[in-house]
Design a protein around this ligand. Structure first.
Ligand SMILES: O=C(O)CCC(=O)C(=O)O
Ligand SMILES: [Fe+2]
Length: 203
């Protein structure tokens, strides 16, 4: 694990982003995607439609994903294991890159087939405390012709990354514009941010 953390720190320092495979093992991914809470939650999101009360935010013109914020106290064990790993990564990055990250926040994300998220920067407001974006994908047997790439717009090129199970992408929220291309199948992920202040309480 330490070599993965090192690779993330190196990538962030040198390029502003890092892509790491097997951040979660196949078993860890299976444990998360087969959780009742996850499967039921997804059905619930779709039925509930737009509504803040259910932790769901949709703006179809820009993004077509469905989200559920994760609670660090009450999430099921496989999710807590992932959150704990992120917490360790926060501590590691603070030490190795001299950052002062204070907290992190994560939501489960579902992009139904055909959904996308147009080009954007995650830190778009002045008072935004998102410093690093960190996304882990949960899609087994994903192939290139299924689409769903994360497209990062770098200085001189664009970089497409497939959302394959266990892969982690981490990048500077204030610097790297990115978008999610539409896919031909449902696309699952854990989307999070490392913050320079404590996270709001979200339901
Ligand atoms: O799922 C991804 O690859 C990126 C998601 C994203 O850009 C976001 O939620 O801000
Ligand atoms: Fe984003």
């Amino acid at each position: 694990m330490n070599s993965q953390f090192n690779a993330i720190a190196d990538g962030l320092a040198e390029n502003g982003y890092a892509v790491i495979d097997n951040f979660l093992s196949p078993d860890e991914v299976t444990a998360i995607v087969t959780l009742d809470a996850f499967r039921e939650g997804m059905a619930h999101f779709k039925k509930a439609g737009i509504g803040k009360d259910h932790g769901l935010q949709i703006n179809e013109a820009i993004r077509g994903d469905y989200i559920q914020w994760l609670d660090k106290n009450t999430s099921p064990a496989p999710v807590l294991a992932y959150l704990d790993k992120l917490n360790q990564l926060v501590l590691f990055l603070n030490q190795s890159l001299f950052l002062s990250l204070k907290d992190y926040e994560v939501h489960l994300t579902v992009y139904p087939a055909g959904a996308y998220y147009k080009r954007h920067l995650d830190q778009f407001k002045k008072n935004d405390h998102r410093r690093l974006s960190v996304i882990c994908y949960l899609n087994k047997d994903w192939t290139e012709n299924e689409g769903g790439q994360l497209r990062m717009h770098l200085d001189k090129e664009t970089l497409d990354t497939l959302p394959v199970a266990g892969r982690l992408v981490c990048f500077r929220s204030d610097q790297i514009e990115h978008e999610v291309l539409p896919a031909t199948r449902e696309r699952l992920s854990l989307t999070g941010w490392m913050l320079d202040q404590l996270a709001d309480v979200r339901i």
